[in-house]
Design a protein around this ligand. Structure first.
Ligand code: IVH
Length: 490
């Protein structure tokens, strides 16, 4: 991964060393089991700062710096890749992309003969080897040079067919992920088996690809974006071939790869894909721009970490880590008592998020959330942000349990906890009772004798649905109530 390093404040030598350590730890976790204590944006920011320092102090580059590597560290026993599995360089805005495209065209000595713009799928890279059209081995990327054998996981991966439509030798490369629906289903299954839910789809995909001997099955989805053994095809044509062989590609989605003739068209397509992001049925963390023709790709060649003919235009992360400060219990119109997380404010894709939904009490218990936890928060498009999971290994011991209410926080009556979603036993009447009690209070209408019991009586008898009904109550109606004498009625 390399970064444009202009306009970045330089770290001190000590801060540089700290940043390298933090990035190595985060990268090992990411490529290990898919967890991370850092959000994607924070990780990218760290790498940019490291790269800027190294550019200014080339003699002080630490051996373990993540900038010099393809990815995390190779694990013993990994299977060598036929051809290194490369990463992508990143750009973060339209100017950086234009600069990258200029640089590529200068290197080629002529304009790029066409671009392909496609979603950057937020999953894990895999290589799937076919012999005579039959799937024989699936590998993770590992450190890019050798990866783990995960063939055992293949039959749960949709879009990765056991047999291709042609009996050829080929290695498909692409991304395995949990679609949003698969992620939700995975967490339903996990909770039913009393396993902790996945924090986000990528960590769920990573854990699932690795897992052996689970008592349940979690389906994943494969998207092919490259191949070894189908040479000399332009990228758009290559993707068509992959689909014809029976593999799933992003062509099956609204954000289908598209050929563009100019960088302006590329930018427009990026904006379209970014705009579709919240409605796509799977997560993307950017848009990949590739020189389309095999000739341009061959001429540009590959660096040790990334091809020179492709780049990732990163989009802001939809998952961020922040602290859970408190839980509020709000009672809705129908009496549903819904927990709401109060967060340390965090900016997700340009919007400051302070509150997030927490589903229901049993969900809080199953996720094991505590006040003070660092939590993953997800926000996409216009949906209400939600808390996904705590980062348990970040706990300091200062966290405290979330206290569940034992009476309705609005009207003070009992709570029906028989369903997943808790509800005030008064249901819709809860609001009426609470607002009548409030209206009758000393600082409002100061109605003598109209306290909790009477308010409940009035609402339950159907005489009062909201505060306005208090003004049309008749003496006769009041006298019809139990324990209501002439004096009280008057
Ligand atoms: S092309 C030589 N295309 O992003 C080609 N990668 O951050 C290198 N990724 O390692 C990869 N969607 O795991 C390519 N449409 C796409 C992609 C994609 C997701 C992943 C891939 C890569 C990582 C780099």
């Amino acid at each position: 991964m390399t970064f444009m390093t202009e306009n970045i404040a330089l770290l001190s030598p000590a801060a540089y060393a700290e940043a390298v350590t933090a990035a190595v730890v985060a990268s090992a976790a990411y490529y290990g089991d898919g967890t991370t204590a850092l959000g994607d944006d924070e990780y990218d920011g760290l790498l940019r700062a490291i790269a800027a320092y190294e550019e200014a102090h080339p003699d002080e580059v630490l051996a373990q710096s993540p900038t010099g590597k393809v990815a995390g560290g190779a694990v013993q026993g990994d299977v060598p890749h036929s051809v290194p599995m490369l990463s992508l360089d990143n750009v973060f805005d339209a100017d950086e992309l234009a600069e990258w495209a200029d640089g590529l065209e200068r290197r080629l000595g002529h304009p790029v003969a066409g671009w392909c713009v496609e979603p950057k799928l937020d999953g894990l890279a895999v290589a799937a080897r076919y012999r005579g059209g039959r799937l024989v081995q699936v590998l993770t990327r590992g450190d890019g040079l050798a990866g783990e054998d995960i063939t055992h996981a293949a039959d749960a991966v949709l879009g990765l067919p056991p047999n291709l439509t042609k009996p050829i030798d080929v290695e498909l490369r692409g991304e395995v992920l949990l679609t949003t629906a698969q992620f939700e289903e995975a967490n339903r299954i996990r909770l039913a088996h009393e396993a902790t839910p996945f924090a986000h789809p990528r960590s769920g995909a990573a854990g699932t690809l690795r897992a052996k001997d689970r008592p349940y099955r979690i389906e994943l989805t494969f998207f092919a974006y490259s191949a070894i053994g189908l040479n000399d095809l332009g990228h758009v044509a290559l993707l068509e071939n992959l689909a014809a062989l029976g593999a799933n590609t992003a062509a099956s989605t609204d954000a289908a790869p598209m050929r563009c003739e100019t960088v302006e068209q590329v930018q427009k397509r990026i904006d379209v894909i970014a705009g579709l992001r919240a409605d796509l049925p799977f997560g993307i963390d950017g848009v990949v721009v590739k020189a389309d023709t095999a000739e341009d790709q061959r001429q540009a060649g590959n660096g040790s970490r990334a091809p020179r003919w492709a780049v990732a235009r990163k989009l802001a992360a939809e998952h961020k880590v922040t602290r859970l400060r408190a839980v509020q219990w709000n009672v809705g119109r129908t009496g549903i008592i819904a927990p709401r997380a109060v967060l340390e404010p965090v900016v997700i894709d340009g919007v400051t998020v302070t509150y997030a939904t927490l589903h229901n009490p049993s969900d809080i218990s199953r996720r094991g959330l505590m006040i003070g936890d660092q939590v993953f928060v997800y926000r996409a498009g216009d949906v209400i942000p939600r808390v996904e999971a705590p980062l348990v290994d970040q706990r300091t011991g200062a966290e405290s349990p979330i206290v569940f209410p034992d009476v309705c926080p609005r009207c003070g009556d009992a709570i029906d906890t028989s369903e997943q979603r808790w509800r005030c036993v008064r249901g819709r009447n809860c609001q009426a009772v609470a607002s009548v009690i409030y209206a009758a209070g000393r600082d409002q209408f100061d109605i003598e004798g109209l306290g909790g019991t009477r308010a409940i009586q009035l609402v339950e008898a159907g005489l009062v649905k909201d505060v306005a009904d208090l003004f049309t109550l008749t003496r006769e109606q009041l006298l019809g109530l139990e324990r209501m004498g002439e004096t009280s009625a008057a």
